[in-house]
Write a protein that binds this ligand. Structure first.
Ligand SMILES: N#Cc1c(N)ncnc1-c1cnn(Cc2cccc(F)c2)c1
Length: 295
């Protein structure tokens, strides 16, 4: 948290500030696992994921406008000058939007809450899926599985498209959000697959400009907003390894940590080698996707 700025909200990993009529989205080096924010930070994680978001916004600009004014600290308003070094690379100055109260989730692979519903009903957010799918199955056509935003700390509530249309009171907006979400995810899935990363699913947030234009908001297509899987380790029928969090998960569930995920106790600090190996995974994901060396 940056004292001295007008703090608006905090998620597990990021903080939101008001700067004049705009917003500043700041990504920390925090990392979460097993629904806990760990006491150990991953050096540069916020910078790597912010630069990855910015790269994706560029890749998607022909499909959808976004809310970012700039991520260059030298272009930030003068009031932010005292915080330049702390913000460099990890902050996006964004236009303030009227946010749509829906988590727009696209799934290209079946896992997590989507798999749970499928195993019970053969559907995902009420939409029937083909028989015989297993954990990690690739879906021929990505699906839109919206969720109504929950309070901080609670899990979002998966809803059918029809429920979403009803609860937003705007069926046209619901249809537009579905189309945009699937088009943007499909483009990203194809780009990532060509670089050895499977984007299993992702969560987009949209908002509206004063004139009503629908705009892509928040961060996009990072390992915090999406499931990143290494393509060369994809084996449907089991839990897939996480591209970025597997070292953390493996250590936390190993005897070495002395921690039990089923206990109500917070996880212990990570060993330095796990921190550094995890940092290296974020750097690798960034460099593989963008083709640019992280500096
Ligand atoms: N992006 C964006 C945005 C915008 N451009 N205009 C208005 N509101 C938001 C906005 C509101 N909540 N969040 C999510 C959120 C919560 C907590 C911390 C965070 F970093 C992010 C995003």
């Amino acid at each position: 948290m940056i004292t001295g700025l007008n703090h608006l909200a905090s998620g597990k990993i990021r903080d939101l500030y008001a700067v004049g009529g705009d917003l500043l989205l700041v990504a920390s080096d925090r990392i979460s696992a097993y629904d806990y924010v760990l006491e150990s930070e991953i050096p540069d994680k916020g910078r790597i994921l912010t630069q990855l978001s910015m790269w994706w916004f560029g890749q998607l600009a022909d499909l959808v406008p976004n809310h970012v004014l700039t991520a260059d600290v030298d272009e930030f308003p003068a009031e932010l000058a005292p915080y330049k070094d702390e913000l460099r690379g990890r902050a996006m100055l964004c236009r303030r939007l009227a946010m749509v109260p829906v988590e727009c989730v696209a799934r290209g692979y079946l896992t997590g809450s989507g798999l749970a519903e499928y195993e019970k009903n053969g559907t995902a957010n009420g939409v029937p899926l083909p028989a015989g799918l297993v954990d990690g199955s690739r879906l021929d056509r990505p699906i839109f599985t919206p969720a109504m935003k929950a309070e901080v700390g609670a899990h979002d509530e998966n809803v059918t498209f029809e429920e979403m249309a009803e609860r937003t009171g705007d069926p046209e907006l619901a249809a537009r959000l579905k189309d945009l979400t699937l088009a943007v995810y499909s483009r990203a899935r194809d780009i990532a697959e060509g670089r050895g990363i499977l984007l299993a699913d992702t969560k987009f947030e949209f908002g509206r400009l004063p004139g009503g234009t629908l705009v892509l908001a928040d961060e996009v297509l990072t390992p915090d907003s999406s499931r990143f899987w290494p393509a060369d380790q994809w084996h449907p029928g089991r839990a897939q390894p996480s591209f970025d969090k597997q070292y953390v998960r493996d250590w936390l569930t190993s005897p070495a940590s002395g921690w039990d995920p089923r206990s109500d106790t917070p996880p212990p600090a990570l060993p330095e080698e796990v921190v550094q190996a995890t940092r290296a995974r974020y750097v690798e994901a960034y460099e593989r996707l963008t083709g640019v060396k992280f500096v």
